[in-house]
Design a protein around this ligand. Sequence first.
Ligand code: FES
Length: 161
Amino acid sequence: MPNELSKAEVKLNKVELDKILEKYEREAGGLIPILQEVQKIYGYLPEEALILVSEEMDIPLSKIYGVVTFYTQFSLTPRGRNVVRLCRGTACHVRGARLVLRSVEQALRIKEGETTDDFKFSLETVACLGACAMGPVMVVNLTYFGKMSPRKVESVLRQYD
Ligand code: FES
């Protein structure tokens, strides 16, 4: 499992973490970009890394968890190389988003909130992707796919390694 780092490995990366903290000069306002960069290293935010950030920046760990759980871009568990997000907002829902979700779940053999065993895909749902007129909307990483239907799912997923 490439994204699952042991505690020792997280400690080994303290040098890298220090570089990130230096870049943002340990300023409280730098917390989000710091967390983004930490997530880029590990693919998610391991607890050990958050403890280090908390200690180094003198920010309570509870506050850091508050930020991490507020923003959907952050993950506390290992995620796949590609993140599939499906909209469950009203506009998409009435146009059949549920059926698209079922189709993705079947194609990837995982449920919403899960990651495939090969870490190729993670599947998430979000309240609204801000493109309601294109519903049902699915986003893979940063690419939007509008007017999705169950039969389009396979051809979209096939584009990703
Ligand atoms: S409701 Fe789906 S994009 Fe807004």
